[in-house]
Ligand binder design. Structure first.
Ligand code: SF4
Length: 375
């Protein structure tokens, strides 16, 4: 089954740490962009690129800036163009300041059945340093409004290793998240990119990130606390209540196939990968002129496909099944990399169980180093 990804590149303000493909909200452009999305999805249906799909994921940007009627048009276009499974998972990423109980009820009626709320922190001082538009109280209200609007599958995102954040501050946010009883949580380490405005602000205000050892403690302590609260870790950055793992994101990590719609969206299908043009204006223009939206399409080499299967599979707590990789790609991974991998096994970062290879939590902290073996 395919996953369908829909990119919505608009935000009410640009956060000082963000390096996603996004821009400031523009109502006129948004209206043309939604028309273009519907046209691109319907075009995929007509061109025979469609098929069975069981997930739709609205990511951004801030997809909750679209109106519920616009979301409904896009979901309907997917429904007309693909054989959507009855038990489809349809996720909307939402920022707390952009929702209300009425808007959330509208999204629910439009076919959204999973909400992923960008909370990031439950401390107003931290949210201020990240230039986020919402407060902790608004984030809490958004989660309650989602439940009241009928969402029984709610995820929230938190970020750790924020400027000025102590381990205690971080664990306070984790406790507040647990108190709201979401079905799923994503925990990310803040990465301060070289040209992010946040980097200059940190230098001016003398905010710094805690030492690396504290970042590791933030990660490991939060996961231990979430274990105790009934959340199972299934991926480096994701935990969920039983049965609530993100079915859409699992397609990325289990060597699945997906189609991306909208500017900058990636698709991977039948061993080929393509990426749409990044600019929303250029994307809309190409749709209007009837031109292809892909900036780049290429067939992956066998080595790239194996590399992707390993990179993404090792992100999962269950790891990657080397026998399945051998059957699918004809490559004996242990035969090829066993000597290098064994170093990590002996260091207690990598675990070999039958034909499976997986990182333990210590190993997940050093995942990049382990994965260099495959480069
Ligand atoms: S809301 Fe998200 S996508 Fe938009 S600027 Fe902030 S971090 Fe980036």
């Amino acid at each position: 089954m395919l996953g369908l990804y829909v990119h919505v590149p608009f935000c009410s303000a640009i956060c000082n740490y963000c390096n996603f493909n996004r821009g400031l909200f523009d109502g006129a452009l948004k209206a043309r962009y939604v028309d273009a999305l519907v046209a691109e999805i319907e075009g995929a249906g007509r061109s025979g690129r469609s098929g069975g799909a069981d997930t739709i994921y609205f990511g951004g940007g801030t997809p909750s800036l679209l109106e519920p009627e616009e979301i409904a048009r896009i979901v309907d276009a997917c429904d007309r163009s693909f054989e959507l499974a009855r038990d489809r998972e349809v996720t909307l990423e939402a920022n707390p300041e952009s929702v209300s109980r009425e808007r959330l009820a509208g999204f629910r009626a439009a076919g959204i059945n999973r909400l992923s709320v960008g909370v990031q922190s439950f401390r107003d001082d931290e949210l201020g340093r990240l230039s986020r538009l919402h407060t902790a109280a608004r984030a809490q209200a958004a989660i309650r409004e989602a439940r009241a609007a009928g969402f029984d599958n709610v995820s929230l995102d938190l970020m750790m290793w924020l400027p000025g954040q102590s381990v205690t501050d971080w664990l306070g946010s984790v406790e507040q998240a647990i108190a709201l009883a979401p079905d799923h949580l994503s925990l990310y380490l803040l990465e301060v990119y070289p040209n992010a405005p946040l980097r200059d602000e940190m230098a001016r205000a003398r905010w710094s990130q805690a030492p690396d050892d504290d970042a590791a403690a933030m990660y490991l302590t939060a996961l231990a606390r979430l274990d105790a609260a009934g959340y199972g870790q299934y991926e480096i950055s994701n935990v969920a209540k039983p049965g609530r793992a993100s079915r859409h994101n699992l397609k990325y990590w289990t060597d699945g196939e997906w189609l991306g719609f909208g500017c900058g969206a990636h698709s991977t299908r039948a061993g080929a990968r393509s990426r749409n043009v990044s600019s929303p204006e250029e994307y809309v223009g190409r749709i209007v002129r009837g031109e292809p939206t892909a900036a780049e399409t290429r067939v992956l080499t066998a080595d790239e496909r194996v590399g992707d299967a390993l990179f993404t599979g090792l992100r999962l707590s269950e790891g990657v099944d080397l026998e399945a990789v051998r059957v699918r790609y004809g490559v004996d991974i242990w035969g090829r990399h066993g000597t290098d991998l064994d170093v990590f096994v002996r260091e207690g970062l990598l675990v070999r169980e039958g034909s499976r290879l997986r990182l333990n939590r210590q190993g997940m902290l050093l995942a990049h180093e382990v994965m260099t073996v495959f480069v």
